[in-house]
Structure formats: structure tokens, C-alpha cells
Design a protein around this ligand. Structure first.
Ligand SMILES: C[S@@+](CC[C@H](N)C(=O)[O-])C[C@H]1O[C@@H](n2cnc3c(N)ncnc32)[C@H](O)[C@@H]1O
Length: 309
């Protein structure tokens, strides 16, 4: 038996030919692979499942079922968006981060797996200061979908947090994510990085825009054409937001508090120097799973002593 091609999948309706769910997965995976999409099989599985409202198990169990015309059309509509290089997370409207299901939309960055390194580093900094159950105040600068703040609040049961962003659209998504995850300990405010913040924070985290403006054109189309420019553009050398954070953050940290930021590839030394010049003590950066130095912790002078410990 010959396998149907993706073109056949789209044509099945016109020719009266029948296509199974498994056949549609295979056909679209082939088409994605031919278009140079690396995660072709996974993407086809997710999009077929999403079009049919089937989870992984249901999709596997129903592989031999013949698709109806409308089902076939729904799958084709989603698959065509992927062929135009729209990321799967944007097509389905959500992304898993730190085992939390986060809604994303055009106003938000799609949270990246490597950003979980910032969560790990932040939790290590908190653990160095005492029990996770103590009262903690957290700020997340450039919160986007709320990924960092919500992951931390999920791990720190009595912590309170505030996320800032210049994008009101992103803040609406972050707020809805906090409500959906049952994390009302998160608040959000529209401002430039730390501008509306006061008081002492035990932990400040940030994954700021850090791509040098001139490098954006060469990014993968999934990033360049779909992530908001605000979430990517870090100025001429990519370091604009780190400079702005360094200028204000020391005054906002509690004694023994920690700043943890995500780093772009090759930025560790420059960012550590900025924070050291601001009177903070940077540690060796923590690598992500690919070995790239990804999270930098910088502490105030009284290491390991957190307010409320
Ligand atoms: C790289 S994204 C990170 C989003 C989220 N924290 C994450 O890790 O998935 C950077 C975020 O910073 C926001 N942003 C950019 N410049 C900002 C500024 N000056 N003040 C506040 N937020 C800013 C963007 O709108 C975007 O949501």
C-alpha cells in the first residue's frame, strides 16, 4: 500500500479518496520535513491532535479512522500556517514551561526551554538563604507570558511576586495565566523594567530582550517573524536592558537578595562586568542543557541572608 502524500491529504476531499488520521500525520510530517522543519513528526502530531481535539493517546488509538472532510480541512489550515513557519505554540495558543501550561499570543514571547535554567538558578539562590516556605518578594522584569514569575511562585508557596512589562498585551496574557494556574500571588504592572517598583525584593529575575538589533534579520523565521520585536531587540550590542537593570537593581534588592538574569550566547562576561560595576557580586554562570552559559546570579553583599529568613 502506498502512503498518501500531503498533497493527497489536501486533495482527498476533491477526489473522494479517504485518508486516515495516521495517514494525515505521515503526509503532513513529510511535507514539513521537505520544507526543512526539524521537528516535522512532532509538529504534525501536535497539529493533527489539536485540529481533532485529541490528546496523544486518543490520537494513537484512532490512527486508522478515516477523516471527515471538515476534519481534513481543519488539519490542512493549521498545517499551512506551520509551513509558513509559524511556531506550533502560536498555532495552538499555548506552551509548556516548567510543567505549567501557559497561554501565549502575538504579544508574548513563546517561553523557551533554556529559560528554565533561570528558574533553576533562582531556586538555588533561594535555597542558599533558607527554607522555601519563608515569605519572599519576587520581581520579574519583562515578564511576557509570566513564565518565570509563575514557575517561581509555583515552587515557593508563600512568595508574592510582581511582573513588569512594557507590553500591556503581554501583561493581559500573564495575568490570565496566573488566574488559570491558581496563582493570585502574582501581580502585574506596566512599566519600563523597574520604574514602578519600590521596596526590597528577595529575588529579582529577568529574561530581557538581548539580541543585538543587527542580528535580528538573521534569526530563524519562527523567531524573527513571530516573536514580538520588543521581546528580542536588546539594542546595538544586545546589552541595553542589562545596563538599565544594573543602574537600578541594587537599590531594590533586600540584604542578601539575588538578581538572576538570562544571558544570550557569549554575553556572560559583559553582563557580569555590568553587575559588578553596580556593586553586586556575580557568580559563575549556570549552563543550559546545551552547555551555553545561560543564567547569571548576582547577589548583594550579605550573601545567603534573605529578608524573612
Ligand atoms: C525575552 S522576552 C521574555 C518574556 C518572559 N520573561 C519569558 O522568559 O518567556 C522579554 C520581555 O520583556 C519585555 N520588555 C522589553 N523591553 C522592556 C522594558 N524596557 N521594560 C519592561 N519590559 C520590557 C518584552 O515586552 C517581553 O515581554
Amino acid at each position: 500500500m502506498t502512503r498518501p502524500s500531503a498533497d493527497n491529504a489536501v486533495l482527498a476531499r476533491d477526489s473522494g479518496a479517504s485518508l486516515t488520521i495516521a495517514g494525515a500525520r505521515r503526509a503532513w510530517a513529510e511535507k514539513f520535513r521537505a520544507a526543512g522543519i526539524e521537528s516535522a513528526e512532532l509538529d504534525a502530531r501536535i497539529l493533527v491532535g489539536h485540529a481533532l481535539a485529541f490528546d496523544h493517546a486518543a490520537l494513537a488509538a484512532a490512527g486508522a479512522r478515516i477523516l471527515g472532510v471538515e476534519e481534513n480541512d481543519s488539519i490542512a489550515a493549521l498545517a499551512q500556517r506551520r509551513l509558513a513557519r509559524e511556531p506550533v505554540a502560536r498555532i495552538v495558543g499555548c506552551k509548556e514551561f516548567w510543567s505549567l501550561r501557559l497561554a501565549v499570543d502575538a504579544a508574548t514571547l513563546v517561553p523557551r526551554p533554556e529559560t528554565e535554567t533561570v528558574v533553576e538558578a533562582a531556586l538555588a539562590a533561594i535555597d542558599a538563604g533558607g527554607a522555601r516556605s519563608r515569605k519572599l518578594r519576587i520581581a520579574d522584569l519583562g515578564t511576557g507570558s509570566g513564565a518565570l514569575l509563575l514557575a517561581l511562585l509555583a515552587e515557593l508557596p508563600t512568595a508574592f511576586g510582581i511582573g513588569t512589562d512594557i507590553s500591556r498585551g503581554a501583561l493581559r496574557v500573564a495575568w490570565a495565566n496566573a488566574q488559570g494556574l491558581g496563582l493570585p500571588r502574582a501581580n502585574f504592572i506596566a512599566c519600563d523594567l523597574t520604574a514602578a517598583l519600590g521596596g526590597a525584593f528577595d529575588l529579582i529575575v529577568s529574561n530581557p530582550p538581548y539580541v543585538a538589533s543587527g542580528d535580528i534579520a538573521a534569526l530563524a523565521p519562527e523567531v524573527r517573524d513571530f516573536d514580538p520585536r520588543n521581546a528580542l531587540d536588546g539594542g546595538p550590542d544586545g546589552l541595553d536592558c542589562y545596563r538599565a537593570i544594573a543602574a537600578t537593581v541594587a537599590a531594590l534588592l533586600a540584604p542578601g537578595g539575588a538578581l538572576v538574569v538570562e544571558l544570550g550566547s557569549g554575553q556572560a562576561q559583559a553582563v557580569a562586568a555590568l553587575f559588578a560595576a553596580a556593586g553586586l557580586a556575580p557568580s559563575a554562570p549556570r549552563p543550559d542543557l546545551g552547555g551555553v552559559p545561560r543564567a547569571l546570579i548576582a547577589t548583594t553583599a550579605r550573601m545567603g541572608r534573605y529578608k524573612g529568613a
